[in-house]
Design a protein around this ligand. Structure first.
Ligand SMILES: Cc1cc2nc3c(=O)[nH]c(=O)nc-3n(C[C@H](O)[C@H](O)[C@H](O)COP(=O)(O)OP(=O)(O)OC[C@H]3O[C@@H](n4cnc5c(N)ncnc54)[C@H](O)[C@@H]3O)c2cc1C
Ligand SMILES: *[C@@H]1O[C@H](CO)[C@@H](O)[C@H](O)[C@H]1NC(C)=O
Ligand SMILES: *[C@@H]1O[C@H](CO)[C@@H](O)[C@H](O)[C@H]1NC(C)=O
Ligand SMILES: *[C@@H]1O[C@H](CO)[C@@H](O)[C@H](O)[C@H]1NC(C)=O
Ligand SMILES: *[C@@H]1O[C@H](CO)[C@@H](O)[C@H](O)[C@H]1NC(C)=O
Ligand SMILES: *[C@@H]1O[C@H](CO)[C@@H](O)[C@H](O)[C@H]1NC(C)=O
Ligand SMILES: *[C@@H]1O[C@H](CO)[C@@H](O)[C@H](O)[C@H]1NC(C)=O
Length: 506
């Protein structure tokens, strides 16, 4: 493995991830025509925002977004608010003209239209990136469009950090509204359980605050309910003292796979290991078309500047093919990024209780399905797994609890099938491979008695959309729908209204 690609993989942990398909029934993103309503809305926004913060697509060549399928989308226009009151004015304009729109945080969604509007208005939060440290460094107020990197960089300067993404370009917005599994999650929980307060623009343009004590129902709903309730213009998040972290990427020869899976399973489940809350382990099983081979690798994360922390010593007994360690602050570890908008991606996911036999079955299923599509141009498929640790599950119960409805005491394992490829010609093959892999691992999990209803919204494919909120449990789904109707009685933020992308409750 070349140093540079290994470095990106190490730093990103996602360097070669993938995502979302384009469902056949969606309009072709390049062919969408712009409605009269959206023409009028854009003309009005153009007047209020002027040439700096308002763009028609023919004059917006600098705009980039992570997935090539979203990059191909043509909105009617794109607008960049700077304040909550700008966002409120935009929502009022869109509603009064009845023009559909999408909201872009960090833009890491994979379905066309999720954060770049197909023929409507793209509300791009990319100017709302301020980071203000509050209360002696225990909290920070972060703009709704900030990226993980921007927040890490602002906090590193004060020896602080927060529960952010593994990759710097990932937006705090979508990441936190859906869940947010972080290198720091074994210690502090997921991002959605580390937000004290949200500033939100509702569909009638009102700016409200949601916290445990103010609008507690909305606060509950924002902890996992995604983009169904409002545009979050600021998150007040927990910050904590943090110095440099140690990250080590280790790859293994294929004849070591079973032995390494034994150790990974221990790191996911053994309380003696998981009680070391500084520890995190990301598992990757990656196909390389050039070598026609699969490589198992582990990203060993440690939230202290220790090169070989003892928690990994059993794993480190196994001879490695390659090993890279970096000790540095979070901003430098998340700064590397691949060019945006050039690669197609699909993510799909399932959740299971830990099972050692299932890990072996999953990698075997993945191998078979990937080999069947190995001719796809630019193919880079990954099977990724992380633990949702006992500590992170316990943190979900703080401050009234979140909306995810996770019932286990833990741990659980998230499995993510993440594939990158280069041409639209490969879309069907990758969708088929991903769908088959998930269905077969799900069936294997059911026969082992380890299946779980929860699906992580931020890793789900468009095909899984209808299973996500039911996976939160009947009671939570019902409560979320009730809160949605209460804060947005006209249904502006539903699939029948104007903000239709991503995963809709109603
Ligand atoms: C390279 C890569 C690395 C990743 N790493 C991780 C990881 O380490 N851990 C993890 O848990 N997930 C990770 N993810 C998944 C990630 O959490 C989701 O893709 C998430 O939705 C991205 O949020 P975003 O703001 O970047 O994307 P966007 O596409 O901008 O947003 C996703 C959805 O949320 C909405 N939204 C965004 N911001 C706001 C806001 N302020 N107010 C209201 N709605 C908003 C958008 O409208 C959109 O519908 C990763 C994804 C990629 C592609
Ligand atoms: C646009 O529509 C035409 C006619 O239906 C079709 O041939 C073409 O492939 C479409 N273009 C895209 C980019 O989808
Ligand atoms: C693109 O960005 C460059 C550099 O910031 C700027 O000079 C240029 O005007 C931008 N082009 C457009 C079309 O906005
Ligand atoms: C983070 O680490 C990088 C690389 O070591 C360094 O250049 C940068 O100054 C550090 N940032 C802060 C805020 O300490
Ligand atoms: C951060 O920690 C480093 C190393 O301990 C120290 O030199 C520096 O002064 C600290 N910076 C701040 C702003 O406290
Ligand atoms: C495993 O594979 C590696 C590299 O391909 C080789 O060097 C090693 O001898 C093999 N070990 C065993 C036990 O077969
Ligand atoms: C906006 O909607 C909220 C929630 O339904 C409501 O409390 C508020 O009074 C509304 N504001 C206006 C100005 O109508």
């Amino acid at each position: 493995m070349q140093f540079s690609s290994a470095l990106i993989h190490l730093l990103a942990g996602y360097g070669v991830l993938v995502y979302g398909s384009q469902p056949i029934e969606r309009p072709s993103p390049l062919n969408g025509t712009v409605s009269e309503n959206c023409h009028r809305a854009c003309a009005s926004l153009s007047n209020s925002f002027g040439p700096d913060a308002f763009h028609y697509p023919y004059d917006d060549s600098n705009f980039t977004i992570w997935d090539a399928k979203q990059q191909e989308v043509r909105p009617a226009c794109r607008v960049e608010p700077s304040t909550a009151s700008d966002v409120s004015n935009i929502i009022n304009t869109l509603v009064s003209n009845w023009c559909h729109f999408a909201v872009k945080g960090g833009g890491h969604s994979r379905n066309p239209g999720d954060s770049n509007s197909i023929g409507g208005v793209t509300v791009d939060l990319d100017r709302m990136t301020s980071v203000e440290i509050l209360e002696d460094g225990n909290k920070a107020r972060v703009g709704g469009g900030a990226t993980s990197y921007q927040v890490y960089a602002a906090l590193d300067a004060h020896n602080l950090s927060f529960v952010g993404g593994r990759v710097g370009t990932v937006g705090v917005g979508g990441f936190t509204l859906g869940g947010g599994t972080s290198p720091f999650s074994n210690k502090y929980g997921w991002a959605l359980d580390n937000v004290y307060e949200y500033e939100v623009v509702l569909s009638n343009g009102t700016i409200v605050t949601a916290s445990e004590s103010r609008n507690p129902d909305l606060y509950f709903a924002l902890r996992g309910g995604g983009n169904n309730f409002g545009v979050v213009t600021a998150f007040t998040v927990r910050t904590f003292a943090q110095g440099p972290v140690s990250t080590t990427l280790v790859t293994y020869a294929s004849n070591q796979t079973e032995q390494v899976l034994d150790r990974i399973y221990d790191l996911f489940t053994d309380e003696q290991l998981t009680d070391d809350v500084n520890m995190g382990l990301d598992m990757f099983y990656t196909y390389s078309p050039d070598e026609d081979s699969f490589t198992l690798s582990g990203t060993q994360r440690y939230a202290r500047p220790i090169r070989n922390p003892p928690v990994f010593s059993a794993m480190d007994q196994i001879p490695a093919l390659t090993r890279f360690n970096i000790i540095s602050n979070m901003s430098s570890q998340t700064q590397e990024s691949e060019p945006l908008g050039v690669t197609r991606h699909l993510f799909a996911t399932l959740t299971v209780s830990p099972s050692r036999p299932l890990l072996s079955q999953a990698v075997n299923i993945f191998e078979e399905e990937v080999r069947a599509i190995s001719a796809v141009e630019g193919l880079v498929p990954n099977l990724v797994s992380y633990a949702l640790s006992r500590n992170a599950i316990a943190a979900m119960k703080q401050r009234g609890g979140n909306a995810l409805g996770i019932q286990a005491d833990g741990p659980l394992l998230l499995i993510l099938i993440s594939t990158a490829w280069s041409d639209a010609d490969g879309d069907i093959a990758v969708n088929t491979m991903t769908g088959n892999t998930i269905a077969r691992i799900q069936a294997a999990a059911e026969s082992l008695g380890v299946a779980n209803r929860y699906l992580y919204i931020n890793y789900a494919s468009a095909q899984q959309e209808d299973e996500i909120f039911p996976g939160y449990g009947e009671e939570n789904e019902r409560r979320l729908k009730e809160i949605q109707r209460a804060v947005d009685p006209r249904g502006v933020y539903t699939s029948q209204g104007l903000w239709r992308g991503f995963v809709k409750l109603l």
